[in-house]
Write a protein that binds this ligand. Structure first.
Ligand SMILES: C[S@@+](CC[C@H](N)C(=O)[O-])C[C@H]1O[C@@H](n2cnc3c(N)ncnc32)[C@H](O)[C@@H]1O
Length: 303
């Protein structure tokens, strides 16, 4: 919580050079004594360098600054907010099989997020931080140049499409996500469509990517998303499902799966479970390959 508080205050961004608590407190009208307690705590746990009464970021907290290309600042803020509260009420999920988040906040996760522009932005910046690394090799692994159009359904702030568009400038890239999300996307050379994947998707494409989307939903909702994607594909269209498949990787996904239960009433599936979902909604498995040490690409043909 000390680290995420520092992120919320942009403290690491402000400490690129040595400063005293007094200097920093004066610059931002913060309480100097309280700030000193936080700075000393951050030094104690290895997140700040200290020289006499001066503090500065180190190699670790550099990774929590806004401008660092590998920054995880927003992920840190995300995990220490409502996710933490949902985990504090995990016993409800274990007893009922339902989302403790939904019980606490009286709304499904994405409906809740959409009410608060700042929380929504933090969530999507966190997803972007992960996506930036996770998808960087995707355009080299898959030859997307075979398509005229690709749609990323539930594509967030567009990190995945950005990589595809950079390597294949000729392809029409379409980002489909909730209207509140799409309106914040700053990438300019892609088409942005706002809507819900639980309704008919108002545009078609040669290929659809569904990345880290199905794991947010139970089987019934995941099938509805897949049916709508199937309709949004031209005939002979191709679907790329990118997910953490628990049977394909060495990393144990038990805790992540528990997180999906607490937040979204879902779970991390095996590749076979994704194949069953897709094959019951108009697709046939064509190929599969690893994307990175966590995620697998499952490739389906529309039948
Ligand atoms: C876990 S994020 C994945 C984002 C991105 N694909 C990635 O891999 O980083 C799930 C995405 O689904 C979107 N989403 C949630 N409900 C939606 C809905 N009803 N219609 C369209 N998109 C939705 C969210 O806004 C979010 O961008």
């Amino acid at each position: 919580m000390a680290v995420s508080t520092a992120c919320k205050l942009d403290l690491f961004d402000h400490l690129q050079e040595y400063k005293t608590a007094k200097q920093l407190a004066t610059e931002h009208s913060w309480n100097e004594n309280a700030l000193l307690l936080l700075l000393n705590s951050l030094h104690h746990i290895g997140f700040l360098d200290k020289k006499e009464d001066l503090f500065k970021i180190n190699d670790l907290s550099e990774l929590l600054t806004e401008k660092n290309p590998e920054s995880l600042k927003y992920a840190c803020m995300l995990w220490s907010a409502e996710h933490l509260t949902a985990w504090q009420n995990l016993e409800f999920s274990i007893k009922t099989g339902k989302s403790s988040f939904e019980k606490l906040y009286q709304k499904p996760f994405f409906d809740y997020l959409n009410q608060y522009p700042e929380k929504l932005d933090t969530y999507h910046k966190a997803m972007y931080e992960y996506a930036r690394d996770d998808y960087k090799n995707l355009p080299d692994i898959i030859d997307f140049s075979q398509y005229q159009s690709i749609m990323d359904v539930g594509g967030g702030y567009g990190a995945l499409l950005q990589g595809i568009k950079t390597k294949n400038p000729r392809i029409e890239c379409i980002l489909f996500d909730l209207p509140q999300v799409v309106q914040n996307v700053t990438i300019s050379n892609i088409k942005k469509i706002g809507g819900s994947f639980f309704e008919k998707i108002p545009i078609q494409a040669d290929a659809i990517v569904l990345s880290r989307v199905l794991h947010d939903w139970n089987d019934e909702k995941a099938k509805l998303i897949l049916k709508n994607c199937c309709e949004a594909l031209y005939s002979k269209g191709v679907l790329y499902v990118i997910e953490n498949c628990s049977d394909k990787i060495k990393i144990d996904l038990s805790l992540l799966s528990l997180n999906m239960l607490a937040i979204c009433e879902s779970y991390e599936r095996t590749a076979q479970q994704y194949v069953e979902l897709c094959e019951s909604t108009g697709f046939q498995l064509d190929n599969e390959m690893p994307l990175n040490e966590l995620q697998t690409i499952l490739i389906f043909k529309k039948i």
